[in-house]
Design a protein around this ligand. Structure first.
Ligand code: G3H
Length: 254
């Protein structure tokens, strides 16, 4: 905390809390893009915030990504009545970074339970409906996700995430043309928080989080400044945990 005060990060937290209409912003010193120790620190602090929000018999929904993998790794307390679920269906990325894996790792650390969704990314709406109609387990897990108490998710840069997820070059171009800069939970947003594109999937969407008590986003690195602003501008978040590199870049924009 002393270092955060010294570097003016506490004042910047206040400024960002106001500008992005959040309840709480935490800024960690350093740049997680350049220094993996800072990414681990993002994970550790985010895991601590989750711990503060957690009560008995709660459900945590988690997204995928390398930042969220550090969150799951950093959990160092037990909460055996907790259930962890992926925030949405979507397989295809590196297995360590898939939401299912992160849910299982986090549940393991908590000594709790997990429920998973085995649905590939990019399945059509029609196919998802068939799966939902046909598979009682998917229906049960989808309902558990919808009623999660806490959502914790990462934020990606729109074009980068779209390419990584294998969207066609045409769609990537279209996303960029329409101003998409940020991605979370398979949804792509402009810097004002307007939705540009949605990957069809089962699970949570940022514009449909009415039932979720606490929504926590975690992302760092100067390159993600616009992406973080885009996702925060959707107005669905309570807490943002970020790093100094992203926060200083955001400060230039707000
Ligand atoms: O949706 C967000 C991305 O999965 C974030 O991934 O933490 O590896 O940058 P990352």
């Amino acid at each position: 905390d002393y270092i955060r005060l010294l570097r003016g990060l506490v004042g910047l937290e206040e400024e960002m809390t106001q500008a992005l209409h959040l309840k709480r912003v935490i800024i960690l010193p350093g740049d997680s893009e350049a220094d993996s120790a800072v990414q681990r620190e993002l994970g550790r602090v985010t895991a601590g915030v989750v711990g503060q929000c957690l009560g008995d018999n709660m459900t945590i929904a988690v997204s995928g990504g390398s930042t969220m993998a550090s969150v799951a790794e950093a959990v160092n307390f037990s909460a055996p009545s907790t259930t962890v679920v992926p925030a949405r269906g979507g397989l295809g990325e590196k297995v360590e970074y898939q939401a299912n894996t992160i849910a299982a790792v986090m549940a393991g650390k908590l000594g709790g339970r997990y429920r998973l969704l085995h649905i590939p990314d990019g399945v059509s709406e029609e196919a998802l409906e068939v799966i939902l109609a046909d598979d009682a387990n998917v229906r049960v897990v989808a309902e558990i996700i919808r009623q999660a108490d806490i959502l914790v998710h990462g934020i990606g840069q729109a074009a980068e995430m779209a390419k990584q997820r294998g969207l066609s070059a045409n769609i990537v171009d279209e996303l960029v043309r329409r101003g998409a800069v940020g991605e979370a939970l398979g949804q792509y947003y402009t810097i004002e928080g307007n939705i540009v594109y949605v990957t069809s999937s089962i699970g949570l969407h940022l514009d449909d989080l009415a039932g979720i008590r606490t929504v926590i986003a975690v992302a760092g690195g100067g390159k993600k400044a616009q992406a973080i602003m885009a996702v925060a501008s959707t107005g669905s978040h309570d807490v943002l945990i970020t790093d100094e590199a992203a926060a200083r870049a955001i400060q230039q924009i707000i």
